[in-house]
Design a protein around this ligand. Structure first.
Ligand code: C5P
Length: 346
């Protein structure tokens, strides 16, 4: 019997880019937050002598791996690895019902891969095959992509390494979220290169050990420390800059310490519209309608605003509509809800 799961989107609450690693990827520190907006991923598995995986979708932009030459679809990549690991062979059909816009920064392709793994496990279980262990799922997820493992945790997730090293954080209160969807795309690899160029240009004349230049690793440490302290009880160690607001809402605490997404520094100058959208998401003449936080998600081009009230989110939608920018309305999805809503009853 087919298994259908919800494949939820994510945003990044701050993202610091660190040095380039030996494998060419950049170290980073970020907090991912899952959203209620989702695609649907259905996996059907039938035990066979050899493995065959096909992908179908309501959206032609989803790579179908039709000719079988290269496996462009993250979901089929993940499923093939999982079958190999458990030593099973099967005919697999993965159907991806795209409900999310195809928009960089929301992690939809990565989420599809994690959802396919979760659905496959259920299918194998139905056939008497032991499911993957948690650590095995995480291993496969990180081989498929940096943004895949977070979807095996859900809620608020600390991302380290190249983003694939994930740790569950205490959940934030549910907030209304408006995601702006500009029609221009951003090439992630190029955005990383642009960051590198900008960083070395800016710090060319500063000694690496000066206080104003702690190096790209210092930036990561700084944001990791901010995140860690935003999610713990207030204390007076004097090492962390955060104060009493933490007990109220970690997001407010993070915002007050000035969390930011480093990609904005390179992506906004190239796309002035993005800065305008961020200001539109953030601001309002009515203080109660301003966003708690607005930022670019990942390398974009999705931007989001988080709001305490439905009225504030509604007002932000109106501002974007008047600007002629498409948007998506959703809310943040804490971990328990993430897993409670995951499986679609058949
Ligand atoms: O994760 P995604 O496939 O979107 O990454 C696209 C490219 O961005 C990678 O091939 C790599 O060049 C760059 N990247 C990086 N450091 C990361 C993640 C991605 O340099 N942590």
């Amino acid at each position: 019997m087919p298994t259908t799961v919800r494949s939820f989107a994510k945003i990044n609450l701050g993202l610091a880019i660190g040095p380039t690693r030996e494998d060419g990827f950049h170290s980073l520190t970020t907090v991912y937050q899952t959203l209620a907006a989702h695609d649907l991923v259905t996996v059907t598995a039938k035990a066979e002598m050899t493995t065959r995986i096909s992908i179908t979708s309501n959206d032609a932009r989803v790579p179908s791996d039709e000719n079988g030459m290269t496996e462009a679809n993250t979901a089929s990549k993940a499923v093939r690895k999982a079958l190999a690991l458990v030593g099973a062979t099967a005919e697999i059909v993965i159907h991806i019902e795209k409900r999310l816009p195809v928009q960089g920064g929301m992690g939809a392709g990565s989420a599809n891969a994690a959802a396919a793994l979760i659905a496959l496990d259920k299918e194998l279980e139905g056939q008497g095959i032991a499911p993957l262990r948690g650590a095995e799922r995480l291993q496969i997820a990180e081989e498929v992509g940096s943004d895949v493992p977070l979807f095996l945790i859900g809620g608020a997730v600390l991302g380290l390494g190249r983003g694939e090293e994930v740790y569950p954080l205490a959940d934030l209160p549910v907030l209304h979220c408006v995601v702006a969807l500009p029609q221009v795309g951003v090439a992630t690899a190029q955005a990383f290169r642009d960051w590198d160029a900008r960083w070395s240009e800016r710090h060319a004349d500063k000694p690496a050990n000066s206080l104003t230049h702690s190096g790209p690793s210092g930036r990561l440490r700084e944001l990791s420390r901010t995140f860690a302290s935003a999610f713990c009880e207030p204390h007076s160690s004097g090492v962390f800059a955060l104060g009493q607001d933490l007990a109220l809402n970690p997001l407010v605490a993070l915002v007050r310490t000035g969390i930011e997404n480093d990609f904005e520094e390179v992506v906004f100058p190239q796309n002035p519209l993005f800065g305008e959208i961020k200001r539109t998401l953030a601001g309002s003449d009515v203080p109660e309608q301003a966003a708690l936080y607005a930022a670019l998600s990942g390398s974009g081009s999705a931007l989001f605003g988080l709001y305490a009230t439905e009225e504030a989110a509604f007002a932000a939608e109106g501002r974007l509509t008047r600007m002629g920018v498409n948007w998506l309305r959703t809310e943040t999805l804490p971990r328990e809800e993430y897993w409670r809503r995951m499986l679609v009853a058949s």
